[in-house]
Design a protein around this ligand. Structure first.
Ligand code: FAD
Length: 469
């Protein structure tokens, strides 16, 4: 008998799940109370990456003289920035809407889904009516929303979240960014290029990245012009005329600083969206980090699944989509063929950061024997012609079997280059599968290739270690 599956939320988790379910023959009811594409398309990945492109162009203008190009006056027009972002977002959202409507077995309901019991979802439609649907399974894909810190004064006008910043036409003269995670760093790096003076207050920089990478990134952010204070926590925000004053205290020393900004961006994490889920009534276990699921993404109520940002796992669009496809294949009786343990992490700072797999610290902690090899972009022809010779590719491979255990890249197009590392790791490949492959010249991928060759001391453009006399 045909299965009927309700998917609540049409972000990259929910809409991808719905399409995969439909491809496998399910009747899917996809429920969304805002825009299709969720946070990712409307308030996350895509808007920030359109801004990132503007920031890159601004950076190119600033550096034009290095390339022998004379440039006159230039500045970012915040209204045009918004308009371009909205155009890109609208194109993608309407593309997804069309894609969804091309599946005759997906019914799209424009409203809020409320779980009544494990087989019933009631939908408050935007036209004011309610529709109740009876289903075999429910997939919760309601995502996440910005979370405020416990810092005093976060309710003051001018203290904003990433959602607010992406709606603002104004480029603040001084932007204080609280938080050194991916979202905080991306906004810091982007707005510094767009014309703001950015002050970054962070207890740590990219806590999940390999320590060598975050250590190398910090001076690059400072060189970009960002006034960065690390190992510090924002304690209190107060009004200072028409500006905002942030009082921050160092974690390890008894010292405080005060910084003044026009806007304060709180980028201290995101929490799950539970609206309409009736978790307590239905008996679905959760905590403040999200819905609790097993390895198959099934909640404590059999037949109800939770995917993407709303469960307690990593908060990445491609991970949400992969979980969505996985769950649908399971429900429809298939065996999913995806390695969910391996996923690339990408950071769009002006010098990009990407990583997949273990960090050196994790390998040491787990006592996994490994060999590390590094290649500097300064010795890569393409990077130098781009004027992007700073950064590093670091490969970690098993000491004996030479399987790729981790790839860490800081440098130009790191976020594209990481795909090769993810491919190797997801398939359990050793470094020979990479070194056997001819990499095109002159490309950035040669930096990855040479780092891999270096595991067996075969890199051509790395001088051999000097022998001690
Ligand atoms: P969401 O995208 O949050 O979608 C959930 C949807 O469910 C929403 O549309 C919501 O309106 C809807 N909903 C909620 N409750 C109900 C209900 N009861 N009924 C009906 N609908 C409901 N990730 C990356 O991989 N790469 C990036 O570059 C990246 N950049 C980011 C930048 C920013 C500023 C932010 C905030 C996030 C970024 N992310 C990025 C994270 C990424 O956006 C999320 O991981 C991803 O959107 C999660 O997808 P999801 O489907 O789980 O949830």
């Amino acid at each position: 008998m045909t299965k009927t599956i309700a998917v609540i939320g049409a972000g990259p988790g929910g809409y991808v799940a719905a399409i995969r379910g439909a491809q496998l023959g399910a009747n899917v009811i996809l429920i969304e109370n805002r825009e299709v594409g969720g946070t990712c398309l409307n308030r996350g990945c895509i808007p920030t990456k359109t801004y990132f492109r503007n920031a890159e162009i601004m950076s190119n203008f600033k550096r034009a003289a290095e390339f022998g190009i004379e440039v006159g006056q230039f500045k970012m027009d915040g209204k045009a920035l918004q308009e371009r972002k909205n155009k890109v977002v609208n194109t993608l959202v309407s593309g997804i809407e069309q894609l969804i409507s091309s599946y005759k077995n997906i019914e799209f309901l424009d409203g809020t889904g409320n779980i009544i019991d494990k087989n019933t979802v009631s939908v408050e439609l935007k036209d004011g009516t309610t529709k109740e649907v009876t289903v075999d399974n429910i997939v919760i894909a309601t995502g996440s929303k910005p979370q405020m810190t416990e810092t005093k004064g976060v309710d003051l006008e001018g203290v904003i979240t990433s959602d607010d910043l992406l709606e603002m036409e104004e480029i603040p003269e001084t932007l204080v960014v609280v938080g050194g995670g991916v979202i905080g760093l991306e906004f810091a790096s982007i707005y510094q290029e767009l014309g703001s003076h950015v002050i970054l207050l962070a207890s740590r920089i990219l806590k999940d990245a390999d320590k060598e990478i975050s250590r190398r990134l910090t001076p690059m952010l400072k060189k970009q012009g960002i006034e960065a204070y690390l190992d510090i926590r924002a304690k209190e925000i107060t009004k200072e005329g028409n500006k905002l004053k942030v009082l921050a205290k160092y974690k390890e020393k008894d010292e405080e600083i005060e910084v003044i900004g026009d806007k304060v961006l709180i980028a201290s994490g995101r929490g799950p969206v539970f609206d309409g889920l009736n978790l307590d009534k239905i008996g679905i276990k959760y905590d403040d980090k999200g819905v609790i699921v097993n390895e198959e993404f099934e909640t404590s109520v059999p037949g109800i699944y939770a995917i993407g940002d709303v469960n307690r796992g990593v908060q990445l669009a491609h991970v949400a989509s992969a979980q969505g496809e996985y769950v649908m294949e399971k429900i429809m009786g298939h065996t999913p063929d995806v390695n969910l343990d391996i996923y690339p992490n990408c950071v769009f700072t002006m010098t990009e950061v990407a990583h997949v797999g273990y960090t050196e610290e994790e390998l040491k902690e787990k006592q996994i024997p490994y060999k590390a090899s590094k290649f500097m972009f300064g010795a890569n022809g393409k990077a130098l012609s781009l004027g992007e010779g700073e950064g590093i590719v670091k490969i970690l491979a098993g000491a004996e079997d030479k399987k790729v255990l981790g790839v860490h890249i800081l440098g130009p197009h790191a976020n594209d280059l990481i795909a090769e590392g993810a491919l190797a790791m997801a398939n359990g490949l050793d470094i020979h599968s990479i070194t056997r492959t001819i990499h095109a010249h002159p490309t950035l991928s040669e930096a990855f290739f040479e780092a891999t060759l270096g595991i067996e001391d075969k890199a051509i453009h790395i001088a051999p270690p000097r022998k001690r006399k």
